[in-house]
Design a protein around this ligand. Sequence first.
Ligand code: SAM
Length: 455
Amino acid sequence: MNTLPPAFVERIKKQLGAEAKAFFQALETPAPVSIRRNPGKATDCNELEITEGKTTPVPWCPDAVYLEGRPVFTLDPLFHGGAYYVQEASSMFLHHVLKQLLPPTPVRMLDLCAAPGGKSTLAASLLPPGSLLVSNEVIRSRAAILKENLIKWGQDNTVVTQSDPAAFRALEGAFDFLLVDAPCSGEGMFRKDPASIREWSESNLRLCSERQQRILADSWACLRPGGVLIYSTCTYNPAENERIIEWLIAGGEAESIPLFCPFPGIMPADSAACAFRFYPHKTAGEGFFLAALRKTAGKDYTPRKNKKAKNAPHTALPKELRAYIRQPEQYAVFPDNGILRLVPESQAAFIETLSASTNVLYAGCEAAETNGRKLRLLPPLALWQGLDAPHDGIYDADRPTALAFLKKEDIPPIPSSADWLLVSYHGIGLGWCKNLGNRLNNYYPKEWRIRMQIE
Ligand code: SAM
């Protein structure tokens, strides 16, 4: 590992006292590798091929395991099918926290700093039925990765936006939960990502803390009174952690939420407020900080008829597409330049309002494209959890064929009368081929294809 900045070493020695030595030793050991299954697609982590060998459960997230070593995920078709997400284990503590805080009734959640999508995919799977998750990422290139990961996760309850946090002020009181996994100095990633060591400086610590305050101040209005803020970082710097939540509480509009944590090794933070710290010498994972606060003031959301909202006409589902959808009556269809976007009927009005003040990149499932009477099925439908593929339209590929499909190469035809074939691997949909009888047209998106050489 690169040499640690001396000022960081000195501060950690003060923070951890006698434990500092064990902390620095842990930074010299390999970072653990962990995956979290998609409960909407994979039944059990240990049934995933990638977990062949020994796995160990992640104590605070029942959907996740540690792997022995780091496999080449790119060469696992199920990784591309969104059957699991590769995520650093400490940050999966969000599972334990949401399980304590989520009500059984539908909620609206905003994940404000969401790319590449670790917390969003975790939260999307836990939300009560009828809920909506808005996953926002301000940086355009990162928002594209977020969108891809959420499409592969395959839920219908997510919207991807690419907006500055201040854009959400217009949605006063609209969210029951606000997740701010803030951009930070990244000290907790020193072991996994040596670039974060090079970027570390005391002036950057100050900039990070100021930016975190700005992000929270800009988005605070969109949380309803009584709503929950979950604030997290991957740094050990108290000025970006404890001091930030204390600053919020001192503002008089937030109170700490006491959380139950039965896991040895997860440390209480250095604050009167309830918060948790993860250190690599205490738990298997990287550095992480998390706190939950309840908003005690503010205004409730009043849905307004917004003149700027595109009053998109809802169209009926074409019969040919209806056959592919498990519960077609639950969806509103928004046509957008020929693309048929399915969103849960119960969320349609809010998504329209959202699109008036934020840049909505994606919502629900972009299922198909129409051109006159012709219907072209789109990749998100193949990955969607609401898909009901006809039996004679499934191409159950073996591993070499699935990998060839994911490289966007030609794959051999199979006997089938279906127009569209869902290429799947171990029951998990990957994408579509158009069946031309004697050959198949591979419709896997060019930008998602595997570029790696396969032996
Ligand atoms: N929550 C993500 C996950 O679990 O995969 C990781 C989020 S990462 C810690 C912080 C994110 O905040 C980055 O994607 C970064 O691009 C974004 N970000 C950077 N500057 C920002 C700003 N000024 N406002 C909001 N988000 C910002």
